[in-house]
Ligand binder design. Structure first.
Ligand code: DX5
Ligand code: ZN
Length: 219
């Protein structure tokens, strides 16, 4: 069994202190840093883009797990690669040609992630599962931190895990949205090996991020 990794979302961090927040996450044992990029079009919220990611790159050597909620995504992929992303995750609905976008990310020597919204079916990405490194299952509607976990996605995680095993594939299963100390166990036993969390890590236990990361890992 793969070790559970925690990818804290900096969406819940103090945006006036992002560099320090990332250092604090690294010291607290984060395995990677989840960066939520939103365009006010693909999702109804705006966050940060390549210049901010580039300026954060010098604060840590941890993997930047960049979740692109922007459309059309294809023409911006290189900018995120150049800014220092290590994993680039895109939504299939945000590109005209999913295979081309996957190939572009790969050609830039970055890990390829594809994300499924709560209502998106696994069928949408079945053909490309062999070509990617990670599937990001959304357990909330993308756009905002602090939303409630949608329990239906547990079945989707199980189905994806079984497709993965049946076909001897190697991608990571990452789950994003509303993860807390109550649901983390079922998310992991369904087959996830990377948990994204913003609110739980930054706000639980008076913001004791080390305790919160450790507790999620031990789920
Ligand atoms: C939602 C983002 C998530 C979210 C996670 O669109 O992709 O990464 O910020 O935050 P919490 O853990 O607060 O749901
Ligand atoms: Zn995200």
């Amino acid at each position: 069994m793969k070790k559970i990794k925690i990818s804290p979302s900096i969406l819940s961090a103090d945006f006036s202190q992002l560099g320090n927040e990332i250092k604090r996450l690294e010291e607290a044992g984060a395995d990677m840093i989840h960066v939520d990029v939103m365009d006010g079009h693909f999702v109804p919220n705006l966050t940060i883009g390549p210049p901010v990611i580039k300026s954060l790159r010098k604060y840590t050597n941890l993997i930047f797990d960049v979740h692109l909620m922007i459309s059309p995504v294809h023409k911006y992929i290189k900018d995120f690669a150049d800014a220092g992303a290590n994993i680039i995750t895109i939504h299939p609905e945000a590109t005209e040609n999913l295979k081309e976008s996957i190939n572009l990310i790969r050609s830039l020597n970055k890990k390829v992630g594809v994300s499924l919204n709560p209502e998106s079916k696994i069928d949408l990405i079945k053909d490309i599962l062999k070509d990617i490194d990670l599937v990001l299952i959304m357990s909330v509607h993308p756009g905002f931190g602090g939303q409630k976990f949608i329990p239906d996605v547990i079945n989707k995680i199980k189905d994806l895990k079984s497709i993965k095993e049946k076909n001897n594939l190697n991608f990571d299963i990452e789950v994003d949205g509303g993860i807390n100390f109550e649901n983390s166990k079922s998310v992991i036993s369904a087959g996830a090996n990377i948990l994204v969390s913003g609110t739980t890590i930054f706000k639980s236990n008076n913001g004791d991020i080390k305790k919160n990361i450790d507790t999620l890992k031990l789920s």
